[in-house]
Design a protein around this ligand. Structure first.
Ligand code: ATP
Ligand code: MG
Length: 236
């Protein structure tokens, strides 16, 4: 079984201590959200998992393999996809070229591999834009292309950093539908989010981070019922 496991992870930026003993687990087939306000440590947590910043203590394992000390490309090769918060597409390449250059054989050959055509089935908006340059896409289209690029690497776990931030409400609804579809396809998802509504719509479980510490975790139904926790850690 696939599993991502963080145990007592601390992370520093230089001399600033940012994450304190963060522990979280994502099991195969789950959609898990990491909720928290601005500056809570969501991006740092995801970047620490991806090896973009090194944990100063604690352990990170993926299917039993220790990720501490590995380079980001080695972590990606183990089957972890990453959708950063800044929509990394190539503006001077077409939509199809952006997808094609991200193609990479998945580790599990039994799983159906992603193709550009399958990405267009998942994100129908992108199909007619096939020959358009990435730089001319709307924010929502760029976000779908960014997710599509990550899927082309055939990951088994995807980490997404605030996937609906700055995206129009209608596109948020569409992305929620597409996330649910990805879950039915067997993809495991961990995503950072501030939008409680989007998170509750698609997640199985939630963790809340504040000032670099995990303050709460539970099922999404438990969090939906817990107004006190919502007000304490999520309302602005
Ligand atoms: N490169 C850096 N150097 C020093 N401090 C940093 C750096 N990046 C982030 N921080 C600090 O680390 C803390 C956590 O930031 P992080 O970006 O992880 O939060 P976040 O939950 O993703 O916030 P946001 O909702 O704004 O994206 C913040 O106090 C931030 O100022
Ligand atoms: Mg962030």
């Amino acid at each position: 079984m696939m599993q991502l496991d963080l145990k007592d992870v601390s992370t520093h930026y230089g001399t600033s201590h940012i994450l304190f003993d963060v522990s979280l687990t994502v099991n195969e087939g789950e959609v898990v959200c990491l909720l928290g306000r601005n500056g809570a440590g969501k991006t740092t947590t995801i970047r620490t998992i991806m090896g973009l910043v090194q944990a100063s203590s604690g352990s990170i394992t993926f299917n039993g393999t220790v990720l501490n000390g590995l380079a980001p490309h080695d972590i990606a090769r183990l089957g972890i996809g990453y959708v950063p918060d800044d929509r990394l597409i190539f503006p001077d390449l077409t939509v199809r070229e952006n997808l094609d250059i991200a193609a990479k054989q998945g580790l599990d050959v039994k799983v159906r591999q992603w193709t550009v055509e399958r990405i267009y089935e998942l994100f129908p908006i992108l199909a007619p834009l096939n020959g358009n340059l990435g730089g001319y896409l709307s924010g929502g289209e760029q976000q779908m292309l960014t997710i599509g690029r990550t899927l082309m690497g055939n990951p088994s776990l995807v980490l997404l950093d605030e996937p609906v931030e700055g995206v129009a409400p209608l596109v948020v609804e569409e992305l929620a539908r597409q996330f649910k579809l990805l879950k039915t396809m067997g993809l495991t998802i961990l995503f950072a989010e501030q939008n409680l509504q989007f998170a509750t719509d698609i997640s199985d479980r939630a963790y809340i981070i504040e000032k670099g510490r995990i303050r709460y975790h539970g099922t999404i139904e438990e969090l939906e019922r817990n107004r006190e926790v919502q007000e304490k850690y999520l309302m602005i």
